[in-house]
Design a protein around this ligand. Structure first.
Ligand code: HEC
Ligand code: HEC
Ligand code: HEC
Ligand code: HEC
Ligand code: HEC
Ligand code: HEC
Ligand code: HEC
Length: 324
């Protein structure tokens, strides 16, 4: 009986969540969050405070109980200040975590019962999954990869809400770097014989790669340039390496990293050039002549290299013919 009433409650919570999501989607598109009934908010706050009473730094410093494994708890902290501004920040922990965590010690097998993303985002998950099945991460069918491998459900925010390109870049690149720059984490996902590529070395062709990683996203080069963000991560043969794709007035970043800014500016002013000009370096719209010359120089060097190579071959061929 008890189990049944719990699952009915859980179902109700999911329906509420789904409704909120429906309205949430509309509201997000307009840039303002849906107001939530203050009474409901207070209920959520109280419920989440139970979890925060143990799962925060403050609680580890001053444990509310003596029978807790503090070493383990230290690795499981979530501060209210971090959770609240996230995409899920207005939800009750128990909506995803279920009733198994409402008691302490937490119930056996509670972890397996945490709601998967598709329980609430079925349509989105399906669309994402189709793209993501074509991505490099699934080519070896390592199905260990899940949405959570990249998205921390407690911290993630969509780009439209973050606004500032620097903040978006920091969040989104953090997802990739947390794994690609951690031997330990990478190993948990990689096939046994796979060596972790050295990101610095592999992006050497890109001047100042570190600066690029704070200004542009991995996915801006490693996914196809579609109107809406794609989850198809591309390998080295298909990734973007053409400087002008970004460093030009018709920068591909208009439909990628700056998409939300461009949309907002277009709505307000009917044009969107200042976003591009103020955020990324555009050849000709001179902000830094050194960069112009670097890019022009690299272009010339490539063209020069090709011409020189061609000329050398002609000369050699002539010499060979003469030798005969
Ligand atoms: C009385 C303190 C306390 C409260 C209250 C508490 N937890 Fe925990 N929780 C812990 C401790 C200690 C651990 C780690 C050791 C363990 O599992 O015994 C833990 C572990 C966890 C884990 C990881 C366990 C696993 O299966 O991997 C999750 C998830 C979790 N808690 C979620 C929650 C949520 C959600 C709430 C609120 C509904 C909550 N906890 C309330 C103390 C607490
Ligand atoms: C949208 C769903 C959702 C909400 C809301 C949510 N969580 Fe979680 N939580 C998850 C999922 C999914 C995991 C498992 C992540 C994984 O497997 O990497 C998780 C894992 C955890 C863990 C274990 C982390 C670890 O590294 O093992 C803790 C602790 C936790 N949640 C606490 C909370 C607390 C406290 C709240 C509310 C303030 C909360 N969660 C709200 C979905 C959610
Ligand atoms: C229990 C239901 C539930 C689960 C499970 C859940 N979400 Fe959500 N999610 C929501 C709700 C509700 C919102 C809208 C919150 C708001 O607008 O305040 C949301 C918002 C989001 C958003 C931002 C808004 C948007 O329109 O895209 C993203 C991204 C997201 N969820 C991804 C995930 C991922 C990834 C997982 C799995 C780790 C997950 N969700 C699991 C209910 C859920
Ligand atoms: C390889 C890493 C990775 C994996 C795996 C992944 N995502 Fe994402 N996802 C991202 C990045 C990066 C973004 C970009 C954030 C943005 O710009 O809003 C994103 C954005 C999103 C968005 C917001 C899209 C938008 O148009 O604003 C949703 C929703 C989402 N992911 C859901 C999922 C779901 C569901 C899964 C699992 C089926 C998943 N993701 C798996 C990296 C990943
Ligand atoms: C949880 C760990 C993890 C995360 C997060 C992750 N990756 Fe990976 N990535 C891997 C592993 C492991 C491989 C090797 C897969 C294989 O060979 O089967 C890989 C392969 C790749 C490859 C192909 C390179 C190769 O060696 O075959 C690219 C490109 C790539 N990832 C980019 C990204 C980007 C961009 C993101 C963020 C949106 C990201 N990854 C997030 C673990 C991760
Ligand atoms: C300016 C575009 C650009 C950016 C930004 C970028 N990459 Fe790359 N990446 C490339 C290109 C092009 C290659 C192929 C290089 C080669 O073949 O020499 C590559 C190669 C890789 C590889 C090896 C791929 C393989 O198939 O072996 C990985 C892994 C990778 N990138 C991950 C990342 C991660 C993680 C980030 C973000 C921190 C990132 N990249 C940012 C363009 C980019
Ligand atoms: C995916 C888009 C993208 C690609 C591809 C790209 N860049 Fe960039 N690049 C940027 C962004 C964004 C910045 C940061 C602009 C800023 O903050 O002023 C930047 C910055 C730079 C800077 C430093 C500018 C400064 O103000 O200090 C140089 C130099 C540069 N890029 C050269 C190149 C070259 C050469 C290539 C091709 C090999 C290239 N970039 C490819 C997006 C890109």
């Amino acid at each position: 009986m008890w189990g049944q009433s719990v699952s009915v409650r859980r179902l109700a919570a999911i329906i509420t969540a789904a409704l909120a999501l429906g309205f949430g989607g509309v509201a997000l598109a307009q840039g303002t969050p849906v107001p939530i009934d203050p009474e409901l908010l207070e209920k959520i706050r109280k419920s989440n405070a139970e979890c925060y009473s143990c799962h925060t730094e403050a609680a580890v410093q001053k444990p509310p109980r003596t029978d807790m494994d503090l070493t383990k708890l230290r690795t499981l902290l979530l501060e209210e200040a971090d959770f609240k501004p996230s995409g899920h920040g207005r939800m009750e922990c128990k909506t995803c975590h279920g009733a198994s965590y409402a008691v302490f010690p937490h119930a056996e097998g509670a972890r397996a019962k945490i709601s998967p993303c598709e329980e609430c985002h079925a349509a989105k998950v399906m669309k994402v999954e189709t793209q993501y099945h074509a991505s490099v991460h699934l080519k070896e069918k390592i199905s260990k990869f899940t949405c959570q491998s990249c998205h921390d459900p407690h911290l993630f925010n969509i780009a439209a809400k973050l606004g500032s390109p620097k903040v978006i870049v920091a969040q989104d690149n953090g997802m990739c770097l947390d794994c690609h720059q951690s031997e330990e984490r990478y190993r948990t996902m990689a096939p046994a014989d796979k060596k972790r590529p050295d990101l610095e070395r592999i992006h050497k062709w890109l001047p100042n790669a570190r600066l690029h990683w704070t200004a542009v996203r991995c996915i801006d080069c490693h996914t196809p340039a579609t109107k809406v963000l794609s989850h198809e991560v591309l390998n080295k043969d298909k990734a973007e390496r053409n400087c002008v794709t970004c460093h030009s007035r018709e920068s591909s970043l208009r439909t990628r990293l700056y998409r939300h800014l461009v949309a907002a500016e277009q709505e307000q002013m009917g044009f969107a050039n200042s976003v591009i000009l103020s955020n990324s370096y555009v050849i000709g719209a001179t902000r830094n002549p050194v960069v112009d010359w670097t890019i022009i120089g690299l272009g010339l060097a490539t063209a020069g290299g090709m011409l020189g190579h061609g000329a050398l071959r002609i000369v050699l061929a002539l010499l060979r013919r003469r030798g005969k």
